[in-house]
Each structure stands twice: as C-alpha cells, then as structure tokens.
Design a protein around this ligand. Structure first.
Ligand code: GAL
Length: 478
C-alpha cells in the first residue's frame, strides 16, 4: 500500500558517490597509490579485470558532474575525499596542492549552485604507504587519520558542514579482514575484524574530538560515521528465538559500531557474551573481542551528531539449529543464526529489493538509539546490464523505498532528515568492476569522454525531489 504525503520542508535530498569509484586520475598530478589502485592492477582480482584508473573521469569533469546534480535538483551531494590524492604518502608532510585544488573546485562549484556538500573522509582508498606500515591493524593509523581529517577540516571546513568519518567500517572490517574479498585481503574472520573495528572506532572518536575541540565553534558542522545495515527479519515472527536471532544479527552487524557510539562506549552485551563464550570454548586466554578501558568508553560514547547509514536490502534470519561448532568462524556460527539463502548474501551485487525492510530498520534505529536524527546516506539498486536507460526496475525500487521511508517519518515518527540515492552515476563497483550499475546516469565506459546520460530513474528522482517525496507516477512511466 502506498502512503501519500510529503517530507518536511527542510528534508535534504541528495545523491552519493565515492572518490575511488568515480574520479579516475589514479596517478594524476602527484596522487599517491591507494590499496584499491594496487589491488585492481593485479589481473584476476576484479571482475573483467576492470580498474578505477579512469572510472568516470570525475577528476577532470567537475563541471559535468555539477551539471547532473543541478539537473536532478538535489539539495546535497555526498562524495568522498581521496586521502592519497591529498596526502600521497598518507602523511601531512606530503601535501598535494593539485588534489586540494580539485576538491576546492568541486566544493566551490557545489556552493555556487546551492548544493550542500556531505563529505566522507574515508571511503576505503587507503594510501598504500599506510598499508605498508600495517594499515588499520596498526594503532598508528589513529594519529595518521586524525592528522588527515584535521587538515581537511582546516582546508574545507569553512564550506563543508557535514562530515562522515568512515564509510561502512563494518564492511571494511569483515570484507577487508574477514573473508578477505577487499584489500588488504586478510582472511582471519575470527579475530582480525574485531581488532580492526576496535582501531576504526578509536580513529573515528579521535577525529570527532578534533572537530569538537578545534573546529566546531567556528565552523558549526555535524560529524558522524556511516555503517552499512541490512534489515534482519525474523523468519518466524511469532517465535521469540527468531526475534532474538534477528536482533543479534543486527547487533553483530551494526551495533558493533553504533552501540559504543550511541549508547555506552562499549560493544553490545550479546556480542561480548557470544564472542567471549566461544573464545572460552576454544581455550583462548581472552576474548577475541577486544576490551575498551573505562577511559576509552568515555572517549567513544557520544561521538556522532546524527545517525547516518547505507542500506540496500534485507535478510531473513532465524535462530541456529545446527550444532554449535566452536572452532568455525562462519558468520552463522559466530552469531548463532541461520541466514535464509533465498535472499542472496552477496555483499556486492543482486540487492534484492525489500522496501518494507527500510521502514523496519528506521524504526529499529529509533527504538534502539532513542530517536536520533537519521540520514539515509546510500540507497539504490544495481543492475547487470551495459545500458539500462529505461530502468523501470530502478524507478520501482526508489518509489517503494522512498514511500516506506515516508511511512516511517509520517506514521511512525522516525526523525528522518535526509535521503541520498546511490548513485549519481554508474561507477566502479569494487570487485564487481563496472557491472552491475547503480547510476541514475549512465556512463559510456567505452568512450574516452565518458559521456553522462540521464536514465529514466534520474527524471523520476528529480520529480520526487521537486515534490518533496510525493511520487506522481504517470501511466507512461511504468
Ligand atoms: C556500498 C558502498 C558503496 C557502493 C554500494 C553499492 O556498500 O558504500 O561504495 O559500492 O555499496 O554496492
């Protein structure tokens, strides 16, 4: 059932992207290599051996990108800063003025067109030089990330008032250090993700405090982190064990980061209990889940001004009926759940649309964290097709997801402040290369000029924005 209504006047509509996925210019003007540059240069790592070397060539197309944003009528544009474009070696003794100039051009162009920048400091493209000293497994990264963030606040913060520290720290931890799908390709699911998450949380908190101490008073912005969330629907909603399993799934997926930040500075009880117990069964001297000191808990608690998240699909979860295997680090064993296979678990492609899951996730955040202001930072659907200009499936996706967001806001009283579509245009979809495509605009990757063409979904989304959420679907559109 559709709900008809509109969002409040100050609701912010936008589209999202990230540096490595669109910029190209991977070694232009002194940019240093990132872990993704090097990873994609090894044949066999990425679907079709695609790379982000040129991508959408956004490094050379500020005007073209702003033109698309204007045509959509967005109020904000969420993009990320490439750390190695600004600090080629990752450190602030190697500032690349061309990189700084690029982001200044982009930010100035946005402001001139009344488009609010939402800027992610870290969307996965770590400077290789910092991976060489241990990457996110090293505590040194806390200082180094802080020094990069400090430079960005100082340089861009007069115009940027909305900062995201880390995009999907939960995905970085699990895909970079658990199954090893993403660089740095560490496959230690039982321990490395927890150790890395511990450091990411501290790095996030440090950057938040730097903003608080040095910049907030003069710049007056907001700062948050942005986890990935899939709604977990209990398989049998009348079975309390499934309800618990679904909640446990969410705690391991997202509470991992948001419980410390939005609650008490510490991991969810169920995580401490489960991982601790299983570690004991394995005769380990201590839990594989690291422990925060009281001081660290105090330091981490409250380090987000708003609740940002990305979401694409949902999962069906039930309590685990398989016999406990304490030495298996398979996710379902660690969390003691069974994740229904009818909704594919592939992290990257084939995001099955489950629009009502968005309403439930919004209500879960509201209940769990005391009705914080919420921003949906990424939401969209990928399609495997070279050209999908007539992307009715994407229109349907946006229509239904936005309608569920509207219900959450209007009917359920969720404090929803903004919605961003992923993505402004087709782009480099990590290990999937240029297939599937998530864009509202099509990019012709065979053409060196990388022409941008609006899909029907772009026209549709522009209409949603114009009508502040009310979607007038005409017969000829579907
Ligand atoms: C998110 C990620 C984006 C984009 C999207 C589509 O996890 O933040 O960079 O790739 O998925 O799969």
């Amino acid at each position: 059932m559709y709900f008809y209504g509109t969002f409040p006047e100050d609701f912010t509509w936008g589209v999202s992207s990230s540096a490595h996925q669109i910029e190209g210019g991977w070694d232009a003007d002194g940019k240093g290599p990132s872990i993704w540059d090097n990873f994609t240069h090894v044949p066999g790592n990425v679907n079709n051996n695609d790379t982000g070397d040129i991508a959408c060539d956004s490094y050379n197309k500020v005007e073209e990108d702003i033109y698309m944003l204007r045509a959509l009528g967005v109020k904000n544009y969420r993009f990320s800063l490439s750390w190695p474009r600004i600090f080629p070696t990752g450190r602030n003794n190697s500032i690349n003025s061309y990189g700084v100039a690029y982001y200044n051009r982009l930010i100035d162009g946005l402001i001139a067109n009344n488009i609010t920048p939402i800027v992610t400091l870290y969307h996965w493209d770590l400077p290789q030089a910092l991976q060489d000293i241990g990457g996110w497994e090293s505590n040194e990264l806390i200082d180094l990330f802080d020094s990069f963030a400090d430079f960005c606040f100082q340089t861009f913060g007069d115009r940027v008032k909305f900062w995201i520290t880390i995009n999907e720290p939960n995905v970085i931890s699990r895909l970079g250090y658990g199954n090893g799908l993403f660089p740095p390709n560490v496959k230690e699911p039982g321990s490395a993700p927890y150790r890395v998450a511990h450091i990411l949380l501290k790095a996030h908190a440090r950057v938040y405090h730097t903003y608080d101490d040095k910049y907030r008073a003069s710049q007056g912005g907001v700062i948050a982190l942005c986890p990935f969330i899939s709604w977990a629907e209990p398989k049998t909603p009348s079975d309390p064990r499934d309800i618990e399993a679904a909640d446990r799934y969410l705690q391991f997926l997202v509470g991992w980061f948001t419980h410390p930040i939005f609650k008490n500075g510490d991991y969810p009880e169920v995580m401490k209990w489960k991982v601790g117990n299983r570690s004991e069964l394995q005769n380990l001297p201590s839990s594989r889940l690291p422990v925060f000191t009281a001081e660290e808990r105090e330091y981490i608690r409250g380090t987000a001004d708003v609740f940002c998240f990305n979401t694409y699909s949902a999962k069906i979860v039930s309590h685990s009926t398989t016999r406990l295997r304490p030495f298996s680090y398979e996710y379902d064993q660690e969390v003691s759940v069974t994740v229904d296979s009818s909704w594919p678990s592939s992290a990257l492609s084939d995001h099955r649309p489950v629009a009502w899951g968005l309403r439930r996730v919004l209500n879960w955040i509201k209940e769990e964290y005391g009705n914080p202001p919420i921003y949906i930072i990424e939401n969209g659907v990928g399609k495997k097709a070279k050209s999908d200009i007539d992307d009715n499936a994407r229109i349907f996706y946006y229509k239904t997801y936005i309608d569920e967001a509207l219900k959450a806001y209007k009917v359920d009283g969720v404090n929803l402040k903004g919605y961003n579509a992923w993505s402004l245009m087709d782009n480099f979809e990590w290990v999937d290369g240029y297939d599937p495509r998530f864009g509202l605009h099509q990019i012709d990757f065979d053409n060196p000029n990388r022409p941008r063409t609006p899909k029907r979904s772009a026209v549709y989304y522009a209409e949603i924005i114009r009508n502040n959420g009310r979607a007038h679907l005409h017969h000829h559109q579907l």
